[in-house]
Unconditional design. Sequence first.
Length: 76
Amino acid sequence: MIVCSCNVVSDDDVRDCLGAETERVSVGAVFRTMGHEPKCGRCARNISGIVDEHVAVARCSGNGDCDNCQADQLAA
């Protein structure tokens, strides 16, 4: 799905540029890594969400301790 119309950047492009990153990076850093510049800024919230999701998954040890692993319990 395209998340940045100005630069024609997809959610997969953002995830690919994050690679094995386990620390939260800024939206600006994502653009710089991809060789683009933010233009209108409407995509910033979506890209920030993708970064947050990526970091949460990258930090997960798989032992059931993180919020992602406990999502069903937290929702109850």
